[in-house]
Design a protein around this ligand. Structure first.
Ligand code: LAG
Ligand code: CA
Length: 500
């Protein structure tokens, strides 16, 4: 009996940090990379809430080193100076206001937590909140941290360490960033205080930056000390934060993602790598028939899934050839597959346009971030891409919410790159990644009726601005996706947004 209870409680601990606590009926989060808090609050109210998005991953909210020497690159935010909530995205009051306003419209906030390290060594030493540091003394009075709070002896991770030296990967510096010692009681306390402050403000969870570079046993202590989510923000009582740990595991390294799944969820980097490969012709779509763990992916409940993230869309981090907004047709195909298929917990990337992989977000001469403007066709301006506003992508978020727990059924393929499947009797989707047309009568599994394809257009009143699909009494319908069409996808569902 005792053993059974222990087993049971071990299982519930593992599940505890794997629930995003989305508002009911929501399934998908978006990373609003480098957005300002006031703009995110507005976006929750005018777009994300009404369109059924579940949450937003925000850029690190804690004070970072200002690096004019490199013209304020995006990556300065991965160099913490303190846990004060002051950055180019806004101050503490603005952060709190954003969390409140987003929760009010059913959109959760997830914080990118940089707890592995502090800054590198630079000539400049002032943070976004005015804190200073003495790099040579490992001194960060804004926390405060000093020499005793870091790993010694100082060392820098070498490429070969990833293959054969897990201790160095955990205890040496990641690209010269001063490496905190999470085994220290004091360091743990500072980190826990920071994260608990955010939980009290109403955030729903965290991305754990560089989790591979910290010991799972130390992370466990930190997670266990986190408070429950704030019931004053609509979370159920006893709810644990959602934690997705950034572990890049493409195989062949000494440290594996499996060391982290007993603790909480993990970012599944193989997901975007495989789908990018398939949607650029490096693999046939027909093989996606057994998409999931059979492909070597994590168990679905453990996986935070995405095509690109802020690192691999610009060749930072590990793994190359990831699709992004820059190859829009293929990218939308991969994203639509991610959202149509029940595997994993999807995260969308929302980018600013870049040519220089180091360049920071759109900013003025003083380094202030310039807000995205919103055009009449719902797209963004001022240098912001806003993939989450692309009709095809936003419509597929609605599709996923509507498909809910329905399983994949009635898989069809043409033996190469044309595929189609149903989600129970709620949704149907088809893809054409061949260079010839798809023209087929297929089993849609949907009730007879007239549907508006949510990819080529949308329902507006009782009209459809895209393809209309007529499903017969036998559930069959004629499906056509031309090889040269703007998109390679067709999707219909029984929700209000598609049914005519
Ligand atoms: C991450 N995950 O584990 C982030 O997703 C990733 O964006 C971060 O790297 C990294 N870990 C540390 O949090 C980014 C850039 C790096 C950048 C680093 C710190 O990809 O290029 O390093 O943030 O700002 C930069 C320079 C390095 C330099 C270092 C230290 O590029 O040349 O050695 O700063 O000063
Ligand atoms: Ca470390």
């Amino acid at each position: 009996m005792m053993r059974f209870i222990l087993l049971l409680s071990a299982a519930s601990v593992a599940l505890a940090f794997k629930n995003p606590h989305y508002a009911s009926g929501r399934t998908t989060m978006v990373h609003l990379f480098e957005w300002k808090w006031d703009d995110i609050a507005a976006e929750c109210e005018r777009w994300l809430g009404p369109r059924g998005f579940g949450g937003v991953q925000v850029s690190p909210p804690n004070e970072n080193l200002v690096i004019w020497e490199r013209n304020r690159p995006w990556w300065e935010r991965y160099q913490p100076m303190s846990y004060r909530l002051v950055t180019r995205s806004g101050n503490e009051a603005q952060f709190a206001n954003m969390v409140r306003r987003c929760n009010n419209v059913g959109v959760r906030i997830y914080v990118d937590a940089i707890i592995n390290h502090m800054t590198g060594t630079w000539r400049e030493n002032v943070g976004t909140g005015g804190s200073t540091a003495n790099f040579g003394q490992w001194s960060y009075p804004g926390v405060p941290y000093g020499r005793n709070d870091f790993n010694w002896p100082q060392c820098v991770i070498q490429p070969s360490d990833y293959r054969n030296n897990p201790t160095r990967v955990r205890n040496c510096e990641l690209s010269g960033l001063k490496d905190l010692n999470q085994a220290s009681e004091y360091v743990r306390q500072m980190i826990v205080n920071y994260m608990n402050r955010l939980i009290d403000m109403g955030v729903a969870g965290f991305r754990i930056d560089a989790a591979k570079h910290m010991w799972p046993r130390d992370l466990r202590v930190i997670y266990d000390r986190l408070r429950n989510l704030n019931t004053g923000h609509g979370f159920p009582s006893g709810a644990r934060p959602y934690i997705f740990q950034e572990v890049i595991d493409l195989g062949g390294e000494a440290i594996s993602r499996d060391e982290y799944t007993p603790l909480a969820a993990v970012t599944e980097f193989r997901f975007g790598m495989e789908l990018s490969r398939a949607f650029t012709g490096g693999n046939q779509l027909r093989w996606l028939v057994n998409w999931g763990p059979q492909w070597g992916l994590l168990a679905s409940a453990d996986a935070l899934t995405f095509i690109d993230n802020h690192d691999n869309q610009r060749g930072h981090g590990a793994g190359g050839n990831i699709l992004s907004y820059k190859r829009a047709k293929q990218y939308k195909g991969a994203i639509a597959f991610m959202l149509a298929h029940p595997y994993g917990k999807p995260q969308l990337m929302s980018s600013f346009d870049f040519h220089d992989t180091e360049a920071g977000p759109p900013m003025d001469r003083s380094g202030n971030i310039i807000s995205p403007s919103i055009n009449s066709d719902n797209s963004c301006g001022n240098g912001w891409i806003c993939e989450h506003r692309w009709r095809q992508i936003a419509s597929m978020v609605v599709f996923r919410n509507h498909a809910a727990n329905a399983a994949v059924s009635n898989w069809w393929d043409n033996g190469s790159n044309q595929i189609a499947f149903c989600r129970g009797n709620r949704g149907f989707v088809a893809f054409n990644n061949n260079n010839w047309d798809l023209n087929q009568t297929l089993q849609t599994c949907l009730p007879a009726g007239s549907y508006c394809d949510i990819i080529s257009g949308e329902k507006s009143g009782n009209r459809c601005t895209g393809k209309t699909v007529t499903v017969g009494g036998d559930g069959r319908a004629h499906i056509s996706i031309g090889a040269n069409e703007f998109d390679m996808i067709l999707a219909i569902h029984t929700g209000a947004a598609s049914r005519l």
